[in-house]
Design a protein around this ligand. Structure first.
Ligand SMILES: NC(=O)c1ccc[n+]([C@@H]2O[C@H](COP(=O)([O-])OP(=O)(O)OC[C@H]3O[C@@H](n4cnc5c(N)ncnc54)[C@H](O)[C@@H]3O)[C@@H](O)[C@H]2O)c1
Length: 271
């Protein structure tokens, strides 16, 4: 269903790896809602080829960019404006990676090179994107930048490892850059704190399926799907949320404010 919420808007969508990716669903919905955009991902993700299907479906061009590399990002913002024919209105940051998690290294024994890399890829890359966009004056007034986060930024989830600090840093950049970009150009910066979602990044986390079920039974509405996350994201790109900025917005079926649910209690009942 389209209400043309993004008609006339131009943007950049990062992080679509395969059809399970949250960014994949966001690209599909943005296209449905009338937006034009470029797709980007790390050059290595291109080799897997799936993103080309999304590009065809959404009539988008793909611009490879390692989100930690300033030259790649400059090229991304320059080419996107050339291809789309003007300044941009929205940017999606949907990027996360932890080598410590991939290699099953426990939190108390983190490899610090991997730790630094995780912070760079998953958090500092948002700062780098915003820095490039601001210097180039690539975003229109009231433009909207959205990054994806997780509640481990606020609370401890032992299996989330060094991604917890990555998300805490990401959310802090949302506030700090959001202030400066808002003052300078009325550009908005927010993060969506999403429920556990079955994607490549999500499922890489040890015990993910058990935890997915736990979160689902704690949340009064159940876990939020990638598709509903995409719907929410579209509203943040649209003009209907113009005064929302510097926020971390929970999109989690009520999980973040639920203490306990009857379903979870029943599992501990001795009757
Ligand atoms: N899946 C979940 O449970 C969940 C929950 C909350 C938040 N998130 C966040 O959502 C975002 C998207 O993840 P997803 O779950 O859709 O998984 P995903 O694996 O589909 O997406 C992660 C993306 O990051 C890209 N990436 C990694 N390193 C990069 C680099 N150097 N430069 C550019 N791109 C790079 C990957 O290629 C991939 O496309 C991440 O920030 C993730 O932390 C996921």
């Amino acid at each position: 269903m389209s209400n043309n919420l993004l008609k006339g808007k131009r943007g950049i969508i990062s992080g679509a790896l395969d059809p399970n990716s949250i960014a994949w669903k966001i690209a599909e919905k943005a296209f449905e809602q009338g937006a034009v955009f470029t797709l980007t991902n790390a050059p290595i993700a291109m080799r897997m080829g799936e993103i080309k299907k999304l590009a065809e479906k959404t009539k988008a061009e793909i611009i490879p960019a390692d989100a930690t590399n300033m030259d790649d990002l400059s090229n991304l913002f320059t080419k996107s404006q050339e291809i789309l024919g003007g300044k941009l209105d929205f940017v999606l940051h949907s990027i996360g990676m932890s080598t410590n998690i991939r290699k099953n290294i426990p939190y108390t024994e983190l490899n610090y090179d991997f730790y630094t890399k995780a912070l760079d890829v998953s958090a500092m890359s948002l700062h780098k994107m915003l820095n490039v966009a601001m210097k180039m004056d690539a975003l229109n007034e009231w433009g909207s930048v959205v990054a994806l986060s997780y509640i481990a930024a606020q609370r401890t989830y032992p299996f989330y490892n060094d991604m917890a600090e990555s998300k805490a840093m990401l959310e802090s950049i949302v506030r700090s850059f959001g202030y400066h970009y808002g003052k300078a150009k009325k550009v908005r910066v927010n993060s969506i704190s999403q429920s556990p979602t079955k994607t490549t990044a999500g499922s890489g986390i040890k015990g993910f399926d058990d935890f997915f079920n736990f979160a689902d039974s704690l949340s009064p509405l159940g876990n939020a799907s990638a598709e509903s996350c995409a719907d929410y994201c579209i509203t943040l790109f649209s003009d209907h949320t113009r005064m929302v900025t510097m926020q971390n917005l929970f999109h989690d079926g009520g999980y973040s404010t639920t203490g306990v649910s009857t379903e979870v209690m029943e599992k501990f009942s001795d009757k």
